[in-house]
Design a protein around this ligand. Structure first.
Ligand SMILES: Nc1nc2c(ncn2[C@@H]2O[C@H](COP(=O)(O)OP(=O)(O)OP(=O)(O)O)[C@@H](O)[C@H]2O)c(=O)[nH]1
Ligand SMILES: [Mg+2]
Ligand SMILES: [Zn+2]
Length: 303
């Protein structure tokens, strides 16, 4: 019979599709030949299912977005875990990821972890990102209930993924959120990604399996730190300012229409930085990313 389902994982050419609480092991119909047509984990698909639990994917519903690395479709929320201490992470990486997310209609949720180790810094960072327009939170393994209260509603009915530097506290957070999933379980695909097979395995965990009625999925995919905005998302340097949400209202208010918001006279963004309306750290991230994009492609130089 024909039914609608969600692809939870892809392994060895076989897709695991969740449909009305049942899992089907599916192949894709031969018509998905071209790489960009191929079904991805996270896709909502129609399948023709057999009573023995197998099926064939016959169609893909329109995607909201599609990430190449890791391969994942329809991501709604990206939780970027940043450790406030031990190790003290640089939030510049969060800024970079938030740009990629913005470009792909993914909501970034900055999560400042290990907050009990430096409450002042955690509060400072939270305030900075809230001011920039993000729903930032701080968490600690000492308060798993609080982490659940803050983060689970953001996953309800959505596909979310966790990313962040090594040691930031991702596995610990997964354990706080889903005590039924051991941190070891959370890193299974991480291990397989390091194996000799180049195929990257991204798995969606249905929240329903954990007894969370509202549904939603958490993607176990550690590959986000590999993202290169220029290469993978073809962000033009001219589009970058629009991906910093606290810049958006000011775009068009600069003296020069081609203002790059780095050093120009009469720049509305620079004025906002001076006036304390835009965090200097965020503007520094903007400049660094701008230079990175401008310098990344020799064919683009001078344009
Ligand atoms: N003090 C304190 N330590 C924490 C907290 N969360 C995690 N840690 C510790 O930080 C270390 C790294 O935590 P993990 O959860 O393994 O970090 P991860 O992001 O999964 O790291 P990778 O798997 O290497 O990417 C572990 O020793 C944790 O015990 C916290 O809230 N407070
Ligand atoms: Mg981990
Ligand atoms: Zn400007």
């Amino acid at each position: 019979m024909e039914r609608l389902g969600r692809i939870l994982s892809l392994s060895g050419g076989h897709y695991t599709v969740l449909s009305e609480g049942e899992r089907f092991l599916c192949t894709a119909r031969g018509s998905f030949r071209r790489r960009e047509d191929a079904p991805l984990t996270g896709d909502l698909v129609t399948i023709l299912s057999e009573p023995d639990g197998t099926g064939v994917i016959t169609g893909i519903q329109t995607r909201k977005n599609a990430l190449i690395r890791p391969p994942l479709a329809n991501l709604d929320v990206l939780f970027v875990v940043v450790s406030v201490k031990a190790p003290r992470d640089d939030p510049a990486n969060l800024d970079k990821l938030s740009v990629i997310a913005e470009k792909n209609s993914v909501e970034t949720v900055p999560v400042f972890a290990k907050c009990e180790l430096d409450e002042t810094r955690a509060e400072e960072l939270c305030a900075r990102y809230r001011r920039a327009g993000f729903d930032a939170v701080k968490v600690s393994r000492e308060e798993p209930e609080e982490a659940r209260r803050l983060l689970l509603p953001k996953l309800s009915g959505k596909i979310g993924a966790l990313t962040g530097a090594s040691g930031a506290g991702k596995s610990t957070l997964i354990h706080s959120l889903f005590p039924a999933l051991s941190p070891e379980t959370g890193s299974v695909s991480e291990k397989s990604q390091r194996g000799r097979h180049t195929t990257r395995v991204t798995t969606l965990y249905p929240l329903a399996d954990l007894g969370i009625a509202e549904g939603g999925f958490l993607a176990d995919t550690p590959g986000f730190s590999m993202l290169d905005p220029h290469r993978f998302f073809s962000i033009e340097k001219e589009d970058l300012a629009g991906c910093f949400r606290e810049f958006q209202d000011l775009l068009g208010s600069c003296r020069y229409t081609k203002c790059t918001h780095r050093t120009e006279e009469g720049c509305a963004i620079l004025r906002a930085v001076t006036e304390g309306k835009i965090a200097p750290e965020r503007h520094a991230s903007y400049r660094a990313l701008y230079d990175e994009i401008a310098g990344a492609d020799p064919y683009r130089k001078g344009k």
